[in-house]
Write a new protein. Structure first.
Length: 80
């Protein structure tokens, strides 16, 4: 995932660079900056909402311990 993320970040940077250098329609230039806004929102959310390792995932495992979390069993899949 990080390799793809870095590729897309580099691609966005190059698009912005060429949006300033090459003569192009204003609407296309604005669409290049739309990607930057989405990228900035993504970075802000990653900074603001840290990963909660104590939260139980869909498999019943927690990030702060190796075992299965104690609690109610997962819904569905069982016979009634």
């Amino acid at each position: 995932p990080w390799r793809t993320f870095m590729y897309k970040a580099l691609n966005t940077f190059i698009d912005d660079l060429f949006a300033f250098i090459i003569k192009m329609p204003t609407l296309h230039r604005m669409s290049c900056f739309r990607d930057d806004i989405v990228f900035a929102v993504f970075l802000y959310q990653r900074w603001a909402y840290k990963v909660d390792h104590s939260r139980v995932n869909e498999f019943g495992q927690r990030g702060d311990q190796g075992g299965v979390a104690q609690g109610p069993p997962a819904r569905g899949g069982g016979k009634r």
